[in-house]
Design a protein around this ligand. Structure first.
Ligand code: FES
Length: 161
């Protein structure tokens, strides 16, 4: 049953997943810690991973799926190498945050919450990063970029390969 997993993950990752399951198996409330640790090792939790976890923990797949989709910190799709967050809090919005979002959608072909097909960027929006004076604000990984203009977007993101 690991064949599906090995299409997407390395043998080492699958082995790590098995160790994680083994460590928590049989304990009450094992599901969430298993999912959390699995996501650290695998980056994301697609259906084949959920199936394996469900089978090994003796839980219905629907329950595992329900938890993964309920909590926003679990993801079923791979994340990009870099995370781009654009602020859409009120101050940034009125200073042009929406235009930054539109430019990203157009230039990189992603909607909010999506990852570019080359897995370079995951794009998210946030509500106020506490740097309103610098609006519109965009944070790439941990780096804050202020007064971002759509025309400068590509130049900024070119630094993240
Ligand atoms: S509204 Fe964007 S940092 Fe506050």
């Amino acid at each position: 049953m690991n064949d599906d997993l090995l299409k997407e993950f390395s043998p080492k990752q699958v082995e790590e997943l098995e160790k994680i399951i083994e460590k928590h198996k049989g304990k009450p409330g094992a599901l969430i810690p298993v999912l959390e640790e699995a996501q650290v090792v695998l980056d994301y939790l697609p259906i084949p991973v959920q199936k394996k976890i469900a089978k090994e923990l003796n839980l219905p797949l629907a329950q595992v799926y329900g938890v993964v989709t309920f909590y926003s910190f679990f993801t079923m799709t791979p994340r990009g190498k870099h995370t781009v967050r654009v602020c859409l809090g009120t101050a940034c919005y009125v200073r042009g945050g929406k235009k930054i979002v539109e430019a990203i959608e157009k230039e990189y072909g992603v909607k909010e919450g999506e990852t570019t097909s080359d897995r370079r960027f995951t794009f998210e929006t946030v509500r106020c990063l506490g740097a309103c004076g610098l609006g519109p604000v965009m944070v790439v990984d941990g780096n804050v970029h202020g007064r971002v203009k759509p025309a400068k977007l590509k130049e900024i993101l070119a630094n993240y390969n």
